[in-house]
Design a protein around this ligand. Structure first.
Ligand code: PLP
Length: 388
């Protein structure tokens, strides 16, 4: 299988570890083990009791039950845990797609949701979220894209990077359209509980048996480095994913499972802290953006902790982002990682002081670029000085 570079991950490798300020990531501030243990009452003893046995392929019973009780219908048999939701995206596409299959996918979207299907040789049809429409999803448009040939529809709401989402009614319409042609629906709910003006959406795999719903501890719960994700699906589908997993990671470490289970049982505590801060940060961002309207045009997010603004007066946004990282020590993600090169992904889920500092640095470089542009255009507009 030939697969294109995951530009977003390459960008992160280049700058996540070498910059002081992260205003590009799509998650909230991560907890330390000590913070987590005290927030979720995880005794050292529980960790000491872990024996490094093999674990079941779909995950330890207690962990599956905790996931099913919090996000599903209580049935652990419909849960499979993986190393982040990245792993399950890979397994789902490898198990269910073949060359030539028609797949409808959001554009822009998180690279794995598109690139794996493309690498398998599927024919991709793009459901576009358009900046000029304020990134509002057009359900009528996706209904037109879905045909009897459609094998899979892949969506992610709240959406990375735009923060767009759909309503409950629109989700029902979407499920109806997908089920009418008996396609698979991959519902990536990585940001499910990070919402600002609506309740989290219900899990469509509870009403449609060809739906696979993805979740993760990486985004809203401050546990990205724990690498725990999951999916909900019918047990027959999970068996197909396990078949492939036998050749990759086999199962999660029992150590991760103990930590993840307790974190999920107390997920409200973690979520409340981070969502409260995200709301505060969003207000700060809103004010900053109002002060920088000439440079930055944006759409207010309805969920997640990223926005996808356009830099109006920067000619080469990729270079701008490199410069911001190298000279100003702040990381944002260039929109080219999502195939929209005049945009950036700006993350506001981190510590408030870090966001404020990052915005100062971003503003400083925007000012410098505006100055350079004026200087260059002055130069350009003058006739060359004659040389005698
Ligand atoms: C929409 C979406 N899905 C899935 C993932 C994968 O995350 P993880 O593997 O950490 O669960 C990401 C990561 O950014 C994402 O944005």
């Amino acid at each position: 299988m030939e697969i294109v570079t995951a530009h977003l991950e390459q960008w992160m490798r280049d700058y996540y570890f070498s910059t002081d300020i992260d205003i590009g990531s799509s998650g909230v501030e991560n907890f330390s083990m000590a913070e987590l243990r005290s927030l979720v009452d995880l005794e050292a003893d529980a960790i000491d009791k872990v024996v490094f046995n093999d674990s079941p392929s779909c995950g330890a019973d207690g962990l599956r039950r905790a996931i099913a009780e919090r996000w599903g219908n209580g049935d652990p048999e419909r849960v499979m845990t993986t190393h982040g939701s990245s792993e399950i995206i890979f397994l789902v596409m490898q198990a269910l797609l073949r060359r030539g299959d028609e797949v409808v996918v959001l554009d822009p979207c998180y690279h794995a949701l598109r690139n794996i299907a493309a690498a398998i040789g599927c024919e991709l049809k793009h459901w576009k979220l358009r900046f000029e429409d304020n990134f509002v999803p057009d359900i009528a448009a996706i209904k037109k894209l879905i045909t009897p040939r459609t094998r899979m529809v892949v969506v992610n709401f709240p959406h990375n990077p735009t923060g767009a989402t759909i309503t409950r009614e629109q989700l029902e319409e979407l499920v109806d359209a997908v089920s009418a042609v008996q396609a698979y629906l991959v519902w990536d709910s990585a940001f499910a509980e990070l919402t600002y003006d609506s309740e989290p959406l219900p899990d469509p795999s509870l009403v449609y048996n060809r739906c696979i719903t993805l979740g993760t501890l990486s985004k809203g719960y401050g546990l990205a480095g724990l690498r725990v994700g999951w999916c909900f699906a019918e047990p027959e589908l999970l068996n197909q994913f396990v078949h492939l997993r036998d050749y990759t990671t086999l199962y999660l470490s029992p150590l991760l499972e103990v930590v993840a289970q307790r974190a999920i049982e107390k997920a409200d505590v973690l979520l409340r802290m981070r969502l409260e801060r995200a709301r505060l940060n969003l207000d700060i961002l809103n004010k900053w953006l109002a002060d920088h309207q000439d440079d930055v045009r944006w759409v207010r997010p309805r969920g997640g902790v990223t926005i996808f603004p356009e830099l109006r007066r920067v000619d080469d946004v990729d270079q701008f982002c490199h410069r911001l990282a190298r000279e100003y020590g702040a990381m944002v993600v260039p929109g080219s990682c999502f195939k929209q090169p005049s945009h950036i992904r700006l993350g506001f889920g981190g510590p408030t002081l870090e966001l404020q500092d990052g915005l100062l640095r971003l503003a400083a470089l925007l000012r410098v670029c505006a100055g350079e542009k004026i200087a260059t255009s002055n130069y350009d507009s003058h006739p060359p000085i004659p040389v005698h």
